[in-house]
Design a protein around this ligand. Structure first.
Ligand SMILES: C[S@@+](CC[C@H](N)C(=O)[O-])C[C@H]1O[C@@H](n2cnc3c(N)ncnc32)[C@H](O)[C@@H]1O
Length: 273
């Protein structure tokens, strides 16, 4: 499948339902609808707060790439950041427009745009933030280059990408390869075919470090603590005991599904040592 066709599939998938809205039974765009999205998200993914550190960016120019249903975007706006947001889908922009209007809040700009072609000039943002987005885009490296381009020298980049060396990835392999009698199918192929939109990628820490070594950024931190997704939060207590034991064996700090990456864009003229 070529990248254009793949991107259309990705767009179609997320246009059908923005991330986190698919199981919400409340009337679309009602207060209860947005409350339910937020409650669910921050119960299952509480690590977002310590990673994003929303309130530290008060007064700063922040771009969120891939705003989805806007739960994190709302935190940026409430924190007093000067907010810009983009997403590939009209559905996301409709969600976020309604969410902000309901709270009587506004952003500088939210619009449909492609992370592979970010419609802002270089060196514009103090922070560029993207949670669980660029691994869905066919050209993830191009998204990364674009994010680096629009961030100011010395500015911060916070990204979450999926971790292929995680308990959740192992669970995907068990479910879609081993138990289907395809033990030689790779983790990458299983994730590509079955994790949310088609074409999803997941990286190892080493792969990511190698990619970042070619870019004008310094790595501040890469963390992948075990998440509720790795612990199969939606399964019975008995089943959840298995990933719990695996986490104890493999290490709670390294085999989580979310690779949380914080980068600093190098100052102009700075050279990689
Ligand atoms: C898993 S959701 C994450 C949304 C949001 N960041 C969150 O955490 O809820 C992935 C989002 O990435 C968006 N997306 C995928 N490819 C994109 C691209 N090339 N440019 C902009 N957004 C993209 C999708 O439309 C979708 O809203």
């Amino acid at each position: 499948m070529n990248n254009e066709v793949l991107k259309n599939c990705v767009k179609k998938y997320w246009n059908f339902a923005s991330c986190g809205t698919e199981f919400i039974k409340k009337t679309k765009f009602s207060t209860e609808y947005f409350d339910a999205i937020q409650d669910f998200r921050y119960t299952i993914e509480p690590e977002i707060f310590s990673f994003a550190q929303f309130t530290r960016f008060h007064g700063k120019k922040v771009l969120e790439v891939g705003i989805g249903a806007g739960t994190d975007f709302l935190q940026w706006v409430k924190s007093g950041a000067v907010c810009y947001g983009i997403d590939l889908t009209e559905e996301a922009i409709a969600n976020v427009s309604q969410l902000l209007a309901q709270q009587n809040l506004s952003a500088v700009e939210i619009k449909v745009a492609d992370a592979e072609h970010i419609p802002y000039t270089e060196n514009f943002f103090d922070l560029t933030y993207s949670w669980g987005v660029i691994h869905h885009s066919p050209d993830t490296i191009r998204c990364l280059d674009e994010i680096i381009r629009v961030t100011k020298p010395g500015g911060t980049i916070k990204l979450m990408v999926y971790n292929r060396r995680s308990l959740f990835a192992f669970y995907m392999y068990l479910r879609y390869a081993l138990l289907k009698g395809k033990p030689f199918q790779s983790f990458s192929k299983v994730i590509y075919d079955h994790q949310e939109s088609i074409g999803t990628k997941a990286y190892t820490r080493k792969e990511l470090i190698n990619i970042l070594a070619t870019k004008s950024v310094d790595i501040v931190s890469i963390k992948s603590p075990v998440t509720n997704h790795d612990l199969l939060y939606y399964k019975s207590k008995l089943i959840r005991f298995i990933p719990y034991i695996l986490a104890c064996i493999c290490g709670w700090n390294s085999v989580g599904w979310f690779m949380q990456v914080e980068l600093k864009k190098m100052d102009t003229g700075e050279k990689r040592s």
